[in-house]
Design a binder for this molecule. Structure first.
Ligand code: PEP
Ligand code: MN
Length: 332
């Protein structure tokens, strides 16, 4: 439940009282107070009810995920990193290979990503592979190469973390944590990422509902980290013959309405086919996406992982001006 007061002072006064009464999961943002687990004023302690001004408004958060909700925090969250702005009316471009392959390759990718005007260099060193015998990523060596490449090209580094056990290691190198679709509901991991302040790019699980995604983001915020952005990356549907996943385009406007967190789309994983990546990206931006993630490779068929969906830097360079135009049109 979110109570909207006339003034910030009124909100703060009621919050102080709720906390003094020992109530937990109470949050304040300007003139709004969120109380997780409550749906109506009648359920609050009598002394609070008696003390509430008459001209308040009550709003309900989707799935009771209060801190992520726009009802609690009407303005867009904008996350600033050394090289990037994520959220608001910015279009953030994240690009890079699926995986760090070797030092020279990620250096080359970094230069290319820089030339494309992207500010975030993606790449996995801990890979969530379906098959245990497939390439699992270079681990620490990959993180070292990735960091060096990002620093030389003056880009932010974003990489996936799969387990709480890897936290100290990945944290030593990365600027932005990626939580993959398969770990969206790894609640232990979400709690750990909530207890530090680096941005977290949270991918939607392949069978996760929008409420599941919002609650996963709420976990990170509940533990103290407000720097979360969401990434729609396609969901499993009945027809996977022509696409790897189904890009849930309508998740974008729905999420923009429900949450203040930045909404990005990874059209590479959502489509899984290189000829569909750009159409998917255009659709995402037309629907209101505030950023895009692309897997790129100069020799897509030679990519260690996910070559079928990798596009060349040239293809991306040709498409980006049009994508930016669509974004500007939508933002007008
Ligand atoms: C990736 O970004 O390479 C990846 C594994 O993505 P997802 O978690 O969306 O499958
Ligand atoms: Mn991939």
């Amino acid at each position: 439940m979110i109570i909207v007061f006339r003034t910030n002072e009124e909100a703060q006064r009621v919050v102080n009282k709720l906390i003094a009464l020992g109530m937990q999961n109470v949050f304040v943002h300007l003139n709004r107070v969120a109380i997780a687990g409550y749906k109506q004023v009648q359920d609050l302690p009598q002394s609070i009810q008696a003390d509430l001004p008459t001209d308040i408004e009550i709003e309900l958060a989707p799935a009771n995920a209060v801190q992520v909700s726009r009802a609690f925090h009407p303005e867009d969250t904008v996350i600033k990193t050394k090289h990037s702005t994520i959220g608001g009316d910015h279009l953030t471009i994240i690009a890079g290979p699926d995986s760090i392959e070797n030092s020279a390759h990620i250096d080359y990718m970094a230069q290319t990503v820089k030339e494309l005007g992207s500010t975030i260099l993606r790449g996995g060193s801990f890979k969530p592979r379906t098959n245990p015998y497939s390439f699992q990523g270079l681990g620490k060596t990959g993180l070292v190469y990735h960091r060096e490449a990002a620093d030389t090209a003056e880009l932010d580094m974003m990489t996936e973390i799969m387990s709480t056990q890897d936290f100290d290691l990945v944290d030593e190198y990365t600027d932005i944590f990626q939580v993959g679709a398969r770990n969206m509901q790894n609640f232990s991991l979400l709690k750990v990422l909530g207890q530090q302040m680096k941005p977290v790019g949270l991918k939607r699980g392949m069978s996760a509902t929008i409420d599941d995604l919002l609650n996963a983001a709420e976990y990170i915020m509940a533990y103290g980290n407000p720097n979360v952005f969401l990434i729609e990356r396609g969901i499993r549907t009945f027809d996977a013959k022509y696409t790897r996943n189904t890009l849930d385009v309508m998740a974008v406007p729905v999420l923009r309405e429900l949450t203040h967190l930045p909404i990005l789309v990874d059209s590479s994983h959502a489509t899984g086919k290189r000829n569909l990546v750009i159409p998917g990206a255009r659709a995402a931006v037309a629907a209101g996406a505030q950023g895009l993630m692309f897997e790129i490779h100069e020799q897509p068929d030679a990519a260690f992982v996910d070559g079928a969906q990798a596009i060349t830097p040239t293809v991306l360079a040709e498409a980006l001006p049009g994508i930016r135009q669509i974004h500007d049109l939508v933002e007008e």
